[in-house]
Ligand binder design. Structure first.
Ligand code: 5HY
Length: 244
């Protein structure tokens, strides 16, 4: 099966890291298509960046649908544009945030999230409530690491994330940790070994969930909110995005 893993920001090195993390856990016979849009923000740090990442991400969802993928992973921890992607896709669409929350709740009574910057916390807390998992999350923390610092060799991003994980275990009584950024995908195993608790990376979690949905033949319901968009004209720079 082919799985489309879309990094909604435009940083190619992060897309490559995400693609490698996805392929590392993919089953034999699963091919990962790791893409990012050419237009949009270099990183997504809050609601404004997220808004400008969605159109480019949706165009890739449509392109991957045409390529016949078995499913899609939205590799941004805010689950950027998740509902719109599900509306335009027939295949399942899984956000790495939602996937990680569910996986963590299967191995721990309470988990904490460690994300990048404090400005990202509100969207994550909103999603936890929307998914009905807020009661399983002890706290959403920020390591105060800019997203693109995760791409800089020699940055002390990992140390900041590790310190916040230690605080979560001590202060929140977190039994598991969710890494709150797709750019942390390569850190989960080492951080789990360092701290002795499950550390969930949403990219890996989402890939396995899409494989599972595919194996069960479960695709996005096209009734209700995820029905295909109605055909209508779109104007200006969105003319080619019009539903047909
Ligand atoms: C992400 N931003 O996973 C989120 C994380 C965040 O560019 N990829 C991004 O900090 O909101």
């Amino acid at each position: 099966m082919k799985i489309h893993v879309v990094n909604p920001n435009t940083t190619a090195s992060m897309t490559a890291k995400i693609g490698a993390a996805a392929q590392a856990v993919a089953a034999p016979g699963t091919d990962i298509l790791a893409w990012n849009p050419p237009d949009g923000p270099a990183s997504i740090e809050g609601f404004y960046d997220e808004a400008f990442a969605v159109p480019g991400m949706l165009r890739l969802i449509r392109e991957a649908e045409a390529a016949g993928v078995a499913g899609h992973v939205i590799a941004c921890f805010d689950d950027t544009g998740l509902d719109a992607a599900r509306a335009v896709a027939a295949a399942p669409v899984v956000g790495i945030g939602e996937a990680a929350f569910h996986m963590a709740s299967l191995v721990a009574g309470a988990f904490s999230v460690v994300t990048t910057l404090a400005r990202s916390i509100a969207a994550i807390e909103h999603n936890l409530a929307r998914y009905g998992l807020a009661h399983r999350c002890a706290r959403v923390r920020a390591a105060e690491v800019p997203v693109l610092a995760l791409e800089e060799s020699g940055s002390n991003a990992r140390q900041h994330i590790s310190a916040e994980i230690g605080a979560a275990i001590r202060e929140d009584r977190a039994e598991a940790i969710v890494l709150g950024c797709a750019g942390m995908a390569d850190l989960a195993r080492a951080l789990s070994e360092e701290h002795g608790v499950p550390v969930v990376d949403g990219v890996a979690a989402a890939v396995k969930l899409v494989e599972g949905l595919g194996a069960l033949g479960l695709r996005t319901s096209k009734r209700g909110g995820y029905a295909f968009p109605l055909p209508k004209p779109f104007s200006g720079c969105f003319a080619d995005d019009a539903p047909r």
